[in-house]
Design a protein around this ligand. Structure first.
Ligand SMILES: [Zn+2]
Length: 269
């Protein structure tokens, strides 16, 4: 009887091997990565002594990066984000009709941020969740899509204790290289829900003579190595589409005022 059961199990397993499911492939990939790291048992010329402990769990994300897909529709975005050849992905995709797809588990490292920097963080993918919004790149974001985003962000914020200072656009963390989400994205709506930092009112009216706006932007987290790019990123995020035509490469007085108020809101967290 026992033998018969074993044969039956073996047959069932054999039947399953024809179509390995996604979970199985992911586990195989994780095992491969883990084993490769395990092989590194030396640090320079020093042996690395293994002393394993069970006192660990999975790491939680502490940042959320928002993107627009730049694809014609949700279906093609989904294909792009799941096809192995593209080498890009995100944890979530929100379609224009408000439907939400989970593509990568929250605790796994998706490939959405690329070469990015925020403060001293140089590997943003390792600490963040990526959310893609179905949008071709210049069209408005439908209300129902933004509603779904807010519901998802609130859920993630509660689960992982993510600060509003840590919900950012791809364009914030890769100035000059990325512009998403584009200037019509409703950051103000997110700020009203405690999901982003925006300038709210007028805490500061007087700009100090020695106010150094690049240092201020750096304090917020921006990579200011290329000032022109960071000014463009600042305007897209905090002012929107209005000043996109502006060619000036220093901030106007009214923009400095906005920056001062953003700093004020940042230091609350
Ligand atoms: Zn992006």
């Amino acid at each position: 009887m026992k033998q018969f059961s074993l044969i039956l199990i073996a047959l069932l397993l054999a039947g399953c091997t024809d179509t390995p499911d996604v979970e199985e492939l992911v586990e195989k990939r994780l095992l491969f990565l883990y084993n490769n790291q395990e092989a590194k048992k030396m640090v320079g010329n020093k042996p690395l002594v293994q002393a394993p402990s069970l006192n660990f769990n999975l790491r939680n994300p502490s940042y959320i990066i928002l993107h627009h897909t730049e694809e014609p529709d949700c279906e093609s975005a989904l294909q792009k984000l799941t096809h192995p050849a593209t080498r890009v992905s995100a944890h979530y995709l929100i379609c224009k009709d408000g439907s939400i797809y989970q593509i990568i588990d929250d605790h796994k490292r998706a490939w959405h941020a690329g070469s990015s920097r925020w403060g001293t963080i140089t590997d943003v993918n390792s600490v963040s969740l990526g959310i893609e919004l179905d949008n071709f790149g210049s069209e408005p974001f439908p209300e129902i899509q933004v509603e779904s985003l807010i519901v998802l962000l609130k859920n993630l914020q509660e689960r992982y204790n993510i600060l509003p200072t840590n919900i950012l656009g791809h364009g914030d963390i890769a100035p000059g290289r990325k512009k998403d989400p584009h200037c019509l994205f409703p950051w103000q709506k997110l700020a009203e829900e405690g999901l982003a930092i925006m300038p709210d009112s007028v805490h500061f009216k007087e700009i100090p003579d020695d106010f150094d706006y690049l240092t201020a932007l750096q304090f917020i987290g921006y990579d200011t190595r290329n000032p022109d790019d960071v000014i463009e990123a600042f305007r897209r995020r905090y002012i929107g589409c209005k000043t996109q035509e502006s060619s000036t490469l220093t901030l106007y007085e009214s923009e400095l005022e906005i920056l001062m108020n953003i700093l004020y809101n940042h230091q609350k967290y």
